[in-house]
Design a protein around this ligand. Structure first.
Ligand SMILES: [Zn+2]
Ligand SMILES: [Zn+2]
Length: 439
């Protein structure tokens, strides 16, 4: 079945794994895992077999070598007229972007469409947000929800109905959530097993708030610390951290675990002049079994890799030389550029390394036993290329930018690879979305 699921279209959908893009209306579509029929990305049930439907993503691997051969293409650029600290998140075939004034934007690069949605309001867009399937109160099936925090509220917005009012969770009277990258440091909302976690300050007290979305039941766990960053989800546990310790949160009780000797994880932008941020994900990177925290030990920068092994927390410091930038892929591999090298880590193990002058990484993919890194290069123009593969490809972006932050995005379903760059003009951080692949 190749027909487009979008109303009164009937176009042909080009497939890329379990996701596709309509050649006619340029909207994404998802294939039913059971019968293969195309559905709209946020459909609840398959329109052909009636079984429950959930949009599945596509990674670079599912696009296949044929798709990679289409590079380079003339890139198509879209500008979003707002200030952004946080890079967009790819979900359901679209990019979702949150500006520093709390404006929410949905971007469809294949259509060249930038759609302003219901704004979340002041205070949002200053810490990273997540998109997860969550059970909302009174709903039978989990819905795709954008979860973002401001000091005054956590907003949970059902992306299948983005014009509906979001569900709001408020701090305790007199309190505020830690949700501002500049004022509060590395604090951001986290989601784990149907619960939303966020740090809350009230008077001199610091607490971890856990809100079960389906029932509205809330727990507050007071932390024995005046300062903390987080939350971090590691395995089945939720943690915060400060200069002295890792703070474990379980229900209403917390306990502290000392940090590996001599290791200091960064907690705010003030201490991390060596890093260029992968704006968008939190400054820490989440892997399937753990978290990479930018950190320092003695006089070396690197990452503190925290992982959960048989329910106990393991700490390993990965030392790196000089300044570097970093990113991770959907599989949680860490990719670091620095010291004229590009390296890929899986857990605490370095699994690949190559010489790479002036590159900033934007994600690595593992295809057919080989790593391909998606990188940007400083120069007269920005080049995008894959490394580690047998066939490196380059695509020059025809614009010189004073500052830049390339982020590789694979839009599931749209068969597109995008670069998002931050431009620095009049102290404004704008987003431009580059469409490099097409079907
Ligand atoms: Zn269509
Ligand atoms: Zn079906």
């Amino acid at each position: 079945m190749e027909d487009c699921p979008h109303p009164s279209c009937g176009g042909v959908v080009s497939a890329a794994g379990g996701a596709g893009l309509c050649r006619e209306c340029r909207e994404p579509a998802g294939a039913c895992r059971l019968c293969g029929a195309w559905n709209r990305p946020f459909a609840q049930f398959c329109r052909a077999c009636g079984k429950r439907f959930q949009f599945g993503g596509a990674d670079l691997g599912s696009l296949g070598a044929g798709m990679l051969d289409k590079l380079p293409r003339e890139p198509v650029a879209l500008e979003i007229p707002a200030e952004f600290w946080i890079a967009p998140v790819s979900f359901g075939g679209y990019l979702w972007a949150l500006s520093t004034d709390g404006g929410l934007w949905r971007v469809n690069p294949a259509r060249g469409e930038v759609l302003p949605l219901l704004p979340l309001g002041p205070g949002f867009g200053r810490s990273s947000f997540v998109i997860r399937f969550l059970s909302l109160p009174g709903r039978r099936n989990p819905a795709p929800c954008l979860v973002a925090a401001s000091p005054a509220a956590v907003a949970i917005l059902n992306l299948a109905e983005p014009s509906a009012e979001p569900l709001l969770v408020a701090p305790e009277s007199g309190g505020r959530f830690l949700a501002d990258l500049v004022e509060d440091g590395f604090a951001a909302v986290a989601v784990h097993e149907g619960r939303v976690f966020v740090l809350e300050r009230r008077g001199g007290e610091l607490a971890m708030v856990s809100h079960q979305v389906a029932t509205g039941v809330q727990e507050r766990c007071r932390l024995e610390a005046s300062d903390a960053a987080g939350p971090l989800v590691i395995g089945n546990h939720v943690w915060a951290y400060n200069p002295a310790s890792l703070l474990h949160v379980s229900g209403a009780s917390s306990s502290a675990l000392p940090l590996a000797e001599g290791v200091t994880p960064f907690r705010s932008l003030a201490g991390v002049h060596d890093f260029r941020f992968p704006l968008g994900s939190a400054v820490w990177l989440t892997a399937p079994d753990g978290v990479y925290l930018p950190a320092r030990a003695a006089d070396r920068s690197g990452f503190l890799h925290l992982s959960s092994v048989h329910e106990s927390l393991q700490q390993h410091f990965l030392a790196l030389d000089g300044g570097f930038s970093y990113s991770a892929d959907a599989g949680g591999r860490l990719i670091v550029a620095g010291g004229e090298k590009l390296a890929v880590f899986e857990g605490r193990n370095k699994v690949a390394e190559m010489p790479a002058p002036s590159l900033a990484p934007t994600g690595a993919e593992h295809i057919d036993g080989q790593f391909r890194a998606w990188t940007g290069q400083v120069g007269a123009a920005i080049a995008v290329r894959f490394a580690f593969g047998d066939r490196p490809r380059n695509a020059a972006l025809p614009q010189q930018l004073r500052t830049w932050l390339p982020i590789g995005f694979l839009i599931p379903g749209a068969s597109l690879v995008l670069v998002v760059q931050n431009q620095h003009e009049n102290n404004n951080l704008g987003l431009s979305v580059w469409n490099l692949f097409d079907v």
